[in-house]
Design a protein around this ligand. Sequence first.
Ligand code: FAD
Length: 516
Amino acid sequence: MAATLTMEEVAKHSTPQDAWIVVNGDVYDVTKFAKVHPGGGGLLLEYAGKDASEDFFGLHRLEVLDKYARLKKGRLQGAGETPKTSSEVLATLSHVPFAEPSHEQGFKSPYFQESHAALRKVVREFFCKEALEEALDCEANNKAPTKELRMKMASLGIVAMVQGPGEHLKLAPNGLGGGAVKAEEFDYFHELVVQEERSRAMCPGFEDGLDGAVSIGLPVVLKYGADWMKKEIVPPIIRGEQTVVLAISEAFAGSDVAALRTTAVFDASGENYIVNGTKKWITGGMYADWFVTALRTGKAGAGGISMMLIPKSDAVQTKIIKSKYSSAAGTAYITFEDAVVPKKFLIGKENGGFGIIMSNFNHERWMIAVVCIARARMATEETFKWAMQRKVFGKALVEQPVIREKLAQMFAGLESCTSLCYDITYNMNIMGPQSPEIGSRIALLKYHTTRMNHLVADNAVQVFGGRGVSAGGMGRVVETFSRVYKIPSVYGGSEEIMADLAVRQAIKNYPKHARL
Ligand SMILES: Cc1cc2nc3c(=O)[nH]c(=O)nc-3n(C[C@H](O)[C@H](O)[C@H](O)COP(=O)(O)OP(=O)(O)OC[C@H]3O[C@@H](n4cnc5c(N)ncnc54)[C@H](O)[C@@H]3O)c2cc1C
């Protein structure tokens, strides 16, 4: 049990040779630490024998206290309960207004039941406690997420759940979220909860490398793959033992998927395809065992494309592409050189790949929007907290009307995207994610969300000032968010293409005789 100390005792330790300080009710001996304090020893020693809490939180994140817990001497008398660690705070539902979706802060919702709340708790605990240390390390140091963590995540059913509802959920080794929800009850709101929670560490490269890629690659196999693939290839992926990615884009074909050039032609035996060409920006490609790949098997244009499941081999080489976010994402440039692929690895019909690609995009785009809203919510909570605690010109930033207006823009953007997202998710439960009607709504959602991210990133950085553009430290979350938010406005279908798709579909559905 921690010793109970009084302020009088602390005050006796007020020299460079013997320096104690109080932060958040805990007493720390900083005598030795002052020599290595990143902000300089002199500054720290100004607080020797005193309570440094207010200035501490103007300059440091809560994580710093966890890091230096070993310096603790005891707890101040009357300071109350021991405060939560940073990962415990992250794992707990926040009471900061708008830091959680409204149904988690007292509003009623027709969409969420007890099982959604139970699932949120389990998944949040996993990402904020078990995965957090690795997430921060991988993100900062461009490291690959470990197989051990992927398997732990899979043992909670998370790899299965990020594919949406379906029979595959029964393959999760220990059920879903430790029994929080049954496979037959699982709906898109359950998946939404998982997608929201996996974004909580604000380590976007790590998140995409850990399970983002598998949630865009595997649905193709689940929906269109042959039965043998579902029996032999899907189970090890659901268990986290292997991983799969989606390889469509090329240097020649991004928005214009139908222009892709990588070819698959039959060998002399007619039993195997020989694949040659390249793929660019393939998320998780550096770690993949399997590549769900779009290939040209026929004439030019959309009608000559097939989908194939290609195993990693010496004929499939990967090279990292550095981008705005951490290389933990494993974003790869892929070269196929005479890769031999038996014809049973074809997914769907030969030359029927374009339709598969388009229908798979809907779930991917919805997932990207959910994640973008969750990240923007994190950035907004951070900004609100900072505006409340940062004092400039003798008062908290939030006392400035111009700052309050920025917060209003952020809250409104978040809530409008969330409502649109929930409306679409409800309809995905009814009609599935595949139809053109829902596809155009999802495109509009992705467009609206990435625009909202632009506003949130802009405002958040302005409120944080220098810390909003400094790597690590106080502004880590906001700096990361503002650095990476453009990535989802490009991948999975860029903003312009999303806007265009939504309006084209609206024009298609326009009643013939509608007039002003
Ligand atoms: C980090 C990252 C990860 C990715 N992960 C994957 C992955 O896992 N798998 C995969 O297959 N691909 C992936 N991609 C590729 C991504 O889907 C493409 O980058 C995207 O589709 C855009 O293609 P492009 O970059 O070639 O841009 P282009 O198609 O060259 O377009 C350039 C710009 O012009 C605009 N534009 C294009 N056509 C029009 C038009 N008709 N009207 C108006 N504006 C237009 C676009 O909006 C875009 O802003 C990833 C990309 C990135 C950056």
